[in-house]
Design a protein around this ligand. Structure first.
Ligand SMILES: Nc1nc2c(ncn2[C@@H]2O[C@H](COP(=O)(O)OP(=O)(O)O)[C@@H](O)[C@H]2O)c(=O)[nH]1
Ligand SMILES: [Mg+2]
Length: 255
């Protein structure tokens, strides 16, 4: 059984650090996992990727070749990954690893909202691909930020239409109270609705309860898995959740 996990989230939400920490947790627990860096613009990474898109092409060459600045080059690079998926796929297959963790481009929209990415996910194994969407505490700790992340996470789901889990990163920087609030909002639309009104009392005019009920109907209120890379905390629950999704509850064989 093989699984592909695509790590997605806003810039700075902790994707690369999550990739490093989850890999480390897996190896420690004697599971096989490899990492793939899909961010051609990564300056430095907190792990040594087994497979690295930067070995195939790099941003500076694209900037020179197409006369683009760094932002334009990032967009071109995001699309260019689609041209090298066969190469990526055979490299990945060479590892025969159960788990493949993909770290995606710093800016979420470069991965989530470019046509190439859906193709890449499907080509690399539609049936075995899952998404992990990271919630950055800096945004998630306010009700309005939390709602934004929920919607962004479901946009990504609609884009790829693969099973996904929501992950709260960097919980070591949150107070107990903040953590508790976030936990409630993630499960209970009414708690979120009330907190949002408290934050922006004027909002009651526009904010319809129907919106929240509709969000609940598309299953956005779900477990938000707390993690901290700094404390190597939370990865077992994530692993178990992914196993439930990918193998119908089966445990991976130990090496
Ligand atoms: N305190 C703390 N900081 C973290 C954690 N995970 C990531 N960070 C920091 O958050 C920043 C962004 O992380 P990075 O993985 O580069 O985010 P990316 O842009 O989504 O890949 C870096 O400064 C990380 O050191 C964590 O669990 N705890
Ligand atoms: Mg990164």
């Amino acid at each position: 059984m093989m699984a592909n996990l695509f790590v997605i989230g806003p810039a700075g939400s902790g994707k690369s650090t999550f990739t490093a920490a989850f890999r480390e947790w897996m190896i420690k627990n004697e599971y096989e996992a490899i990492t793939v860096n899909l961010d051609p613009g990564a300056e430095s990474l907190p792990y040594l990727p087994d497979i690295d898109i930067r070995d195939i092409f790099d941003l500076h060459t694209i900037m020179d070749e197409y006369q683009l600045g760094p932002n334009g080059a990032q967009v071109v690079a995001a699309d260019m990954i689609a041209n090298v998926v066969e190469e990526l796929k055979s490299e990945i297959e060479g590892y025969e690893s159960d788990y493949v963790i993909f770290d995606t481009a710093g800016q979420l929209e470069l991965f989530a909202f470019r046509a190439a990415s859906k193709f890449i996910v499907d080509f690399l194994g539609e049936e075995r691909s899952m998404l992990a969407f990271l919630f950055d505490p800096a945004l998630a700790k306010s009700p309005s930020g939390f709602v934004s992340l929920l919607m962004l996470s479901s946009s990504v789901y609609f884009r790829f239409y693969r099973p996904y889990i929501n992950i709260l990163s960097k919980v070591d920087i949150l107070s107990d109270e903040e953590l508790q609030n976030i936990g409630e909002w993630s499960q209970d639309w009414n708690a979120l609705y009330l907190s949002l009104l408290k934050e922006n009392p004027g909002m009651h005019k526009e904010l319809s309860i129907e919106l929240f009920k509709a969000l609940e109907n598309v299953d956005v209120f779900r477990t938000l898995y707390p993690t901290s890379a700094r404390m190597l905390y939370g990865y077992e629950d994530i692993y178990n959740a992914l196993q439930m999704i990918s193998a119908g509850g089966e445990d991976l064989e130990k090496r």
